[in-house]
Ligand binder design. Structure first.
Ligand code: PSU
Ligand code: MN
Length: 307
C-alpha cells in the first residue's frame, strides 16, 4: 500500500518529519465526543501548544471525508469540535468510514492504528477505554485493549476512570501482555483522582526510563503498546466521594435508558460532567495538559535512542 492513498499529513507534521523532530499523536474522540464545544477545541489547541513548546510536534488524528488526517489545522479542529454528525471510529469502523468518505473522530484504538501507519510511537490522551463494570456479563470491553495488545504505540493517559472495572481491566491487560506503568507512582491513577487502590505493574520516574523501556519492548519484538499512567496533578484532583457518586448515578441512568455499544462512554462522560456541575470537565482538561507534558518528553527521549 502506498501511504498517500489513505493518509494526509499536515504541513506542520511534514515539516517536523523533515526536521527530524519527535512527533506526538493525539486522538479526536475526546474532541468530538468527550467534551462539549467550545472547551473541546480550546483544549485541543492548548494541548498542541504544550507539545510544541517542549520541542515536539503534535499530530491530532481524525478521519475527514474518508482521509486519515495526521495533524489537523485550526479549521479541522473547529470542524471536529463543532460539527454534530461526526462518527466515532474504532478499529471495526475504519473500513466503512474510509471507503464511504465519512467524517469520524478516532478513539484510542483507531488513533493507535493511524499513528502506527504514520510511524508515530507516542500518543497522548486523557483516558483509555477498558472493561466496563459488569463486563463479565455484557462483554463490553473496549477495543482499545485489544489494540494495546497488538499495535506498537505507547499511550500516555491518566489511568482509567471508575466507569470501568479497573481490576478486570488490569487482568485483561496482563493476559494480553500490555505493561501498565505508573509514572512516578506505584499506584494506578483513577483519572479524576490520583489513587485507585490498585497497583500499577511498575513505577518509572522519568521520560528517559519510559523511553528505554519502550525501546527494549519493541527491539525484542514484543508487539503491542504500553500504558503510561500519569496521575492528575494534586490541585486538580477530585474528591473521590463526589466523583464516585456522580459515576454511580450516571451508570444507573445509562442502565435505565438502555444505552449500549459505542454510545456508553460518551453518555457517561457527559452525564458525569452535568452531575458535577462541570468540575469533572475542568479536571479532565487539566489532566490532558499534564499528560501532554509527559508524552512530549517521552517522545523526545524515545526519538533520541531510536534508529
Ligand atoms: N475515556 C475518557 N475520555 C474519552 C474516551 C475514554 O475519559 O474521550 C474515549 C477515547 O477515545 C476512548 C474511547 O478510546 O472513549 C473508548 O470508547 P469505548 O469504551 O466505546 O471503546
Ligand atoms: Mn464498549
Amino acid at each position: 500500500m502506498n501511504l498517500t492513498e489513505y493518509l494526509d499529513f499536515s504541513d506542520e507534521v511534514m515539516q517536523g518529519i523533515k526536521e527530524n523532530k519527535a512527533i506526538v499523536a493525539l486522538e479526536s474522540t475526546i474532541i468530538s465526543h468527550g467534551m462539549p464545544y467550545p472547551q473541546n477545541v480550546e483544549t485541543a489547541k492548548n494541548v498542541e501548544s504544550i507539545i510544541r513548546d517542549l520541542g515536539a510536534v503534535p499530530a491530532t488524528i481524525a478521519i475527514i471525508n474518508g482521509r486519515i488526517k495526521i495533524g489537523l489545522n485550526e479549521e479541522d479542529l473547529e470542524f471536529m469540535g463543532k460539527e454534530k454528525n461526526i462518527l466515532k471510529a474504532s478499529r471495526r469502523d475504519l473500513p466503512v468510514i474510509i471507503s464511504k468518505k465519512l467524517n469520524a473522530a478516532t478513539t484510542v484504538a483507531s488513533t493507535m492504528i493511524c499513528a502506527n501507519l504514520a510511524g508515530i510511537k507516542v500518543f497522548v490522551t486523557g483516558g483509555t477505554g477498558g472493561v466496563h463494570r459488569g463486563g463479565e456479563n455484557s462483554f463490553d470491553i473496549s477495543a482499545d485493549l485489544q489494540e494495546l495488545a497488538k499495535t506498537n504505540v505507547a499511550v500516555v493517559s491518566a489511568g482509567a476512570k471508575s466507569i470501568l472495572d479497573l481490576n478486570l481491566t488490569m487482568e485483561y491487560l496482563e493476559t494480553f501482555g500490555v505493561p501498565v506503568i505508573g509514572f512516578g507512582t506505584d499506584e494506578l491513577p483513577a483519572f479524576y483522582s490520583r489513587k485507585s487502590g490498585i497497583k500499577a505493574n511498575y513505577k518509572l520516574d522519568t521520560p528517559k526510563e519510559v523511553a528505554e523501556m519502550l525501546k527494549v519492548k519493541w527491539d525484542l519484538g514484543l508487539e503491542g503498546g504500553a500504558i503510561i499512567a500519569n496521575p492528575i496533578p494534586e490541585e486538580y484532583s477530585m474528591d473521590s466521594k463526589i466523583i464516585n457518586k456522580a459515576i454511580e448515578d450516571a451508570l444507573d441512568e445509562a442502565d435505565e435508558k438502555g444505552i449500549t455499544g459505542k454510545e456508553v462512554t460518551p453518555f457517561l462522560l457527559s452525564k458525569i460532567k452535568d452531575l458535577t456541575e462541570g468540575k469533572s470537565l475542568k479536571s479532565n482538561i487539566q489532566l490532558v495538559y499534564n499528560n501532554a507534558k509527559v508524552g512530549a518528553k517521552i517522545a523526545i527521549e524515545l526519538h533520541k535512542i531510536s534508529d
